[in-house]
Design a protein around this ligand. Structure first.
Ligand SMILES: [Ca+2]
Ligand SMILES: [Ca+2]
Length: 416
């Protein structure tokens, strides 16, 4: 604020004090020393509103820059240059207002995509050199609500822009294999697709707190947005009275990949990418399991061979605790479709920014393990795959939203 106050002191003698009178109330009065030192260092710039406007612009003090440019215009000093500063300051001010109104996450994503050419330079060093800008964008992103709600009432958690070590180290793969071998015949190749572990960067996004439930899916069917579940191709007896697979609070399984995509589009979003799913599961601290570093057989609906976790079959969504991002059932209950095609070697040569898997394939990635699986499948880094056309009682899904999809509601479908 000292820019303006000091300029005011100078320009008030020229009779233009009225220009800023209304905005003076909050200004600091502590600029006399700065003025003195600035004057002794560079008399001309200290008294030149245009120079001070430039300085304010460089300091990202948009309001100051705007007011000082106005003073320069009023004083008829290099009017064109002053107008340019004014335009820039107004644009930035408007941008800030928009950000405060809810576009911060979108801006953060745009920032990343504009500044980081990940395939040609290292993302981490790019961020390092622009740490101030990035931290500013993250602060802006953090100003948004942590939770948004979609039309079906499902809450979505905000995952902030940032990077994380995706996949598993060779040591972790070996350790998981050893644990697996204690309970049966296991093959190392089941786990090797989790490597190599690499730090990747994702933009901000939102993701459902729960697996999509039977009742939510039914709402989409009732409104003509989704096809009715084809229970027959999934398994006999799943749709009978009292079946956990047809219970309203259960996760909706027995959906093909494209049926999951259709639901998420209807709900104004999309499926999460495989990378987004993993980051959401392992949280900001990159924990081995959604709840933390060590195995706990009461934290998920897994294949315990009985019901020590309380459930022999599907559990109602959200029956266990949430992870650090407020997400439920990121381990167990049902596997979850992701957007990506499966490739066991996908991590080795994937982009470091927002990887989206291979362009084509024969199976889609499913994540999180299900109610029949052992503890190795409950890890956040665990990968599996399924034929996209298959409907399986162990495979469901949850939806994500890009910041650019915020505010979008269910697609209006005419009743069929
Ligand atoms: Ca269980
Ligand atoms: Ca799950």
């Amino acid at each position: 604020m000292s820019h303006i106050w000091c300029a005011m002191k100078k320009l008030s003698t020229l009779g233009v004090c009225w220009l800023l009178a209304s905005s003076l109330v909050a200004f600091s009065l502590g600029c006399s020393n700065q003025e003195d030192s600035a004057s002794s260092a560079n008399d001309e710039s200290a008294e030149d509103p245009l120079a001070m406007a430039r300085a304010a612009l460089a300091d990202r003090q948009w309001e100051d820059a705007r007011a000082l440019a106005a003073l320069a215009i009023e004083a008829n000093v290099e009017v064109e240059a002053a107008k340019q500063i004014m335009q820039r300051a107004v644009a930035e001010t408007n941008n800030r207002v928009r950000l405060e109104q809810g576009e911060a996450l979108f801006a953060a994503d745009q920032f990343i995509k504009a500044y980081v050419k990940v395939d040609s330079i290292d993302a981490d060093s790019a961020y390092g050199s622009r740490a101030d800008n990035l931290s500013m964008r993250i602060r802006q992103a953090a100003a948004l609500p942590e939770v948004v709600e979609r039309e079906t009432g499902e809450k979505m958690s905000r995952i902030l822009v940032g990077n994380f070590p995706r996949g598993s180290s060779a040591k972790e793969i070996e350790r998981t294999f050893e644990v697996c071998e204690k309970s049966g015949d296991c093959e190392m190749k089941w786990f090797e697709s989790e490597g190599p572990e690499r730090r990747i960067t994702l933009g901000s996004y939102f993701i459902d707190r729960h697996e999509v439930s039977v009742s939510q899916y039914s709402a989409c069917v009732a409104k003509g947005g989704c096809k009715a579940i084809d229970w027959e191709t999934c398994g006999a007896g799943l749709n009978v009275e009292g079946s956990p697979f047809a219970a309203a609070a259960s996760p909706q399984s027995c959906v093909s990949w494209s049926e999951a995509v259709t639901f998420c589009e209807w709900a104004g979003g999309r499926l999460p990418t495989e990378a987004e799913w993993e980051r959401a599961a392992t949280g900001p601290d990159d924990t081995r399991f959604p709840w933390g570093a060590t195995w706990n057989d009461r934290e998920a609906n897994w294949g315990d061979g009985g019901a020590s976790d309380g459930y022999e079959s599907l559990a109602p969504v959200g029956s266990f605790g949430s992870n650090a991002e407020g997400l439920f059932d990121m381990a167990g209950n049902v596997y979850e479709w992701t957007a990506d095609w499966y490739d066991p070697n996908a991590y080795g040569d994937s982009p470091k920014l927002d990887p989206r898997g291979p362009d084509a394939g024969t199976s889609k990635v499913i994540r999180g393990g299900d109610f029949t699986r052992d503890q190795g499948s409950m890890r956040g880094a665990h990968r599996n795959r399924a034929n996209p056309e298959v409907r399986d009682k162990t495979v469901g899904f949850r939806c994500a939203k890009s910041p650019s999809q915020l505010g979008k509601v269910s697609v209006a479908h005419a009743p069929k």
